[in-house]
Write a protein that binds this ligand. Structure first.
Ligand code: ADP
Length: 548
């Protein structure tokens, strides 16, 4: 369906399709010496630069061609953040095939389901995932070639995997002479599945055009603000929504890249931040929780770390305060989702906010942020009527833009758009300055006596208590009110807080009827494949808990 309504006089500029291959070509040619450092699963550090990366990506493109991979074929990866994964990012999409990044934290059955749904022809995987691949190889009906991302000397003697190939052997036997093909920028480039907390995972099929535009937007100063003088460490995995676009946005700016591999604990991350002089990083709140705990417990300081993007789940205000006030790290709160490539909004102040007192500024930074150019958004009520941008009215958040899906892969789930807008499944407010704040996911909102209670606010408040490490708020059945909020809490090691003390902590901070009815203490919260708390599991676990 055409989006054009009139026939204009055409401009007279060169036509150059926005293809992913142009990013690595640019980085190799104009920032060829910029370094890419990877902590390998083999345990050692690997260093090379964009020029080397480009060369090896071209070898891989030839190798894939040799394996019979053609335009539009899916090539899957099960891999950590590292240089070989980056080579696959460019070789697969650049040659016209589709890169399908699989989240290894999914259950083996889910991985096999996704691989079959995507009809993956080749699977590239890290050594860590050998046991998983051995388990699922026979169930992956379409995979013709399994490739282990390692050197010859690491190849296992026996596996249940038919004709297992060694990545380094494979690319060594192919030439680095390769011309990236030119094709329609709307061609499919990468495929990511949503984590499928409800129902089967659904695929978001990004195009070259959407990926390049998203990378441009992500790099903007009022967005993630990447520049050539940065050393960027994406903690957010390359198997989850393309690491928020950083494997494209960082080379596009020529910045230095540091990949953490599989070591995502606080100590390993801190050591890498310091050793490699990382200036900028991005990840979900649980990752920062681990890093900050390590740094605080050991009374450490960051010597180069200046800026971080936190998203994927609400950034607790207490975490933001610690990063800014104790460590001088600027925090960019970001919101998005798999269906949005993922970036939709990013936090930051506008010129008119600079004179505001600290607390007022912090309130703004705590919101999920302002739309970035390319994304439009609105909030609507249950009937679809648009609600005002007053910072108080909350409703269903809808979005549109060139890097937001129009439909799921293979039309799973049927028609998804509503009058051209994508319903995000989030409930939010938007204020007069255009800042959006997520109240909740619609499926997590608590409906108490016909009124809605947002759980994010309650969790943020609970996590401001010094003895609370993590908190999740869920709605449990109540005979009078239908649902009431209950807090599930993990206490900070060596500290305790009682139910009564914690409930008292809410006094005067929220409307009385929002106060949770109970506090349940647990040792750990169930985490999903993308590092988010699985509230559906908690609701199931505490289903029978009586609130009267
Ligand atoms: P899933 O977990 O469904 O695979 P995504 O990673 O795509 O998927 O998650 C998208 C969802 O994560 C959003 O719809 C929103 O509910 C939540 N989310 C993302 N960023 C934030 C944020 N900064 N604050 C609150 N919620 C967020």
């Amino acid at each position: 369906m055409s989006v054009f309504q009139v026939s204009p006089v055409m401009g007279q500029m060169m036509h150059q399709p926005l293809l992913i291959s142009t990013i690595i070509e640019f980085a190799a040619r104009h920032h060829g010496d910029s370094e890419i450092v990877s902590r390998r699963v083999e345990g050692d550090m690997h260093r090379y630069n964009y020029r080397d990366c480009h060369q090896r990506a071209r070898r891989l493109a030839n190798a894939l061609h040799g394996l019979g991979v053609g335009m539009g074929d899916r090539v899957a990866t099960l891999a950590w953040n590292g240089y070989r994964h980056l080579e696959a990012y460019y070789a697969v999409s650049g040659s016209g095939a589709v890169l399908h990044t699989i989240n290894p934290r999914l259950f083996p059955d889910q991985i096999a389901y996704i691989s079959n749904h995507a009809e993956d022809q080749v699977l590239l995987f890290d050594l860590t995932f050998l046991p998983v691949v051995e388990k699922i190889a026979a169930s992956c009906q379409f995979v013709r070639h399994f490739v282990l991302l390692c050197d010859r000397d690491r190849m296992p003697d026996t596996t249940g995997i038919p004709d297992l190939l060694c990545y380094e052997d494979l690319i060594a036997t192919h030439s680095d002479q390769y011309e990236w093909p030119l094709f329609d920028e709307n061609a499919a480039a990468t495929l990511c599945y949503t984590s499928g907390t409800t129902g089967n995972p659904k695929g978001a099929l990004y195009s070259h055009r959407s990926t390049v535009l998203h990378a441009y937007a992500a790099a903007l100063p009022s967005s993630l603000n990447v520049c050539a003088s940065d050393t960027v460490l994406p903690v957010v995995p390359m198997f989850h929504v393309n690491a928020w676009g950083l494997p494209y946005a960082v080379p596009l700016c020529g910045a230095r890249l540091v990949f953490p591999g599989a070591a995502l604990d606080g100590k390993s991350l801190y050591e890498l931040f310091e050793a490699e002089k990382v200036t900028f990083s991005a990840g979900v709140p649980t990752v920062w929780l681990g890093l900050l705990n390590h740094v605080l417990q050991n009374k450490l300081r960051f010597s180069t770390f200046r800026r971080t993007v936190i998203g994927g789940a609400a950034c607790p205000p207490a975490m933001m305060d610690t990063l800014i006030d104790q460590f001088g790290v600027e925090v960019i709160h970001a919101w998005g989702m798999t269906e949005m490539s993922p970036l939709g909004t990013t936090g930051g102040l506008q010129a008119k906010h600079l004179a505001l007192p600290r607390d007022a500024q912090r309130k703004i930074l705590q919101k999920q942020g302002h739309a970035i150019y390319g994304v439009d958004m609105k909030i609507v009520d249950d009937e679809g009527k648009e609600l005002p941008w007053d910072g108080a009215s909350y409703g269903h958040l809808l979005v549109k833009g060139p890097w937001i899906i129009a439909s799921y892969y293979k039309d799973e789930g049927g028609e998804v758009l509503r009058d051209g807008w994508f319903p995000t499944g989030d409930v939010a407010t938007i204020d007069a300055d255009g800042y959006m704040q997520i109240t909740d996911r619609s499926k997590d909102v608590i409906k108490s006596g016909g009124e809605w209670i947002g759980t994010i606010d309650l969790e943020n408040l609970a996590m401001a208590h010094p003895a609370v490490l993590q908190a999740a708020c869920i709605g449990l059945f109540h005979p009078k009110w239908d649902e009431r909020p209950v807090l599930v809490v993990v206490q900070r090691p060596g500290m305790t807080v009682s139910r009564a003390e914690l409930l008292q902590f809410f006094d005067g901070k929220i409307a009385k009827w929002w106060t949770p009815d109970d506090v349940l203490f647990v040792d750990a919260l169930p985490m999903g494949a993308t590092g988010k708390i699985q509230k559906n599991k908690l609701r199931e676990q505490f289903k029978g808990h009586s609130l009267v």
